[in-house]
Design a protein around this ligand. Sequence first.
Ligand code: NAD
Length: 522
Amino acid sequence: MASTSVGHGGGGAVDAAEGIDTAGIDVVDPRTNTTIGRVPDLSPEEVRAAVERARAAFGPWSALPYRERAEHVLAVRDGLLDRVDHLVDTIVSETGKLPAEALFTELMTACETIQYYARRGERFLRPQRVSSGLMGHKRAVRYFEPMGVVGVISPWNYPFILGMTPIISALFAGNTVVLKPSEVTPLTGRAIGELFAGTGSFPDIVQVVTGAGPTGEALVRSGVQKVCFTGSVRTGKRVMAAAADTLTPVLLELGGKDPMIVCEDADLDRAARGAVWGAFQNSGQTCMSVERVYVHEHVYDRFVAKVVANTRAIRQGVGEGHDIGSMTFPPQVEIVEKHLADAAEKGATVLTGGGRVPGRDGLWFEPTVLVDVDHDMAIMRDETFGPVLPIMKVRDEDEAIALANDSPYGLNSSVWTRDAARGEVLAQRIEAGNVCVNDVIVSYGVPDLPFGGVKESGLGRVHGPEGLREFVAAKSVLYDRFGLSREAWWFPAPKALTPMGKRMLRLRYRRGLGAKLRGLLG
Ligand code: NAD
């Protein structure tokens, strides 16, 4: 087991809490740059041992009827409600976000998803009698079976919900789980493990393995039946490549460069407030943050003025009474600085913000609004993942759509207009897995809406019926019903099989013929 530095610093001594005599990973509070904890950096053997524990738990868990699994997960939610303060404190201390952000976007969303699948999920997995097509004398049924152990790998920006959503879905579908939380936010991962370990008679259905990239790769290669990865495109491609060795299926929730389109007829007050919240909540570290705005030239000046005024009013700090906290991960701050430097060099103008908060330790970055930007700049093309809002003027909606789609990403997006029909048309034209009309980001909070990306933003969906079916294998069973002594096509082949086949082909598939026959027969 190696000592690992994760950008906050690492290395060192014994993990007293765990009693593990190993080097590990230091966890740092990004608001103050102080070390607040330490977790072990687990080896591939330890990952495999966790997968084996989860596999042993799979038999009894998957054998439970859906209702009983739902009862258990609801009991876990009760445990969550008893530990709200501890969970919020843990999330806040290792991400730098505000308590309210942790509460609403992480805990509330997890509870809502549990509620949704507890109430609605059973019918998504019920066996379905389907048409048996050509073989009308048989009965065709589609079953959905749990897969086994699911490996979940999560990022640092929403360490609770992005672990919980796939865990909840996989468990409701009858699987057990091994979670590898981000090495930047492993204490939240550990808190998730405690929630499940401390509830009822299935303590092993969720295992948590801490560590950095190699621990994640070990999980992908450990023989799990599915991997659900949430993180960057670059790592997502590596996960998919590793999974290809064993043909392990993957669900990939990756990055975004979400566009916002402001039409000439938009409610500019609402749009400006929405842009500012969408770009700066969680310090812009949301896969669905507003990362670029295209504004109709007729309303551009007024929109920009409102955005700048709203941005200057943002209260940045620790705890209640603030709008945003600090950033989380030092290398991410460097990416933000690199994008800003590239934009400045190519002619962009900073209207407010532009750098780290002066004189303050920790990862404090000013909310920054930029104009005079174009698609030659990294800030309009690559994921910035920080509190930066670049705004570009466009001639019309066609140009806005062309620019919005000029991206390898396609996660979320938004369209702002007072005309509902125009909103619907533009939503269809955007290449993205999700669109909000006159809002931003919040579609993730609706568990009945499947969430995920197109293009390089990912594969597969969480939430909705799709999100549950990601974690089952469809099994098709065709039942013979009448027990005839033979089927018409079995050996020895009847003499007239070929002419009979030709007649059947024509009768069954020639267009209009079926209707004519039915007419003749009255
Ligand atoms: P990351 O890709 O650096 O790391 C994500 C996880 O992968 C971590 O747990 C990391 O330890 C692990 N990992 C690293 N190398 C690995 C490997 N070779 N094999 C297996 N696992 C490995 O991402 P991050 O910086 O933690 O998170 C930010 C990124 O996540 C952003 O791009 C953001 O857009 C994306 N994200 C996407 C969604 C979504 O739902 N689409 C949600 C949140 C964040």
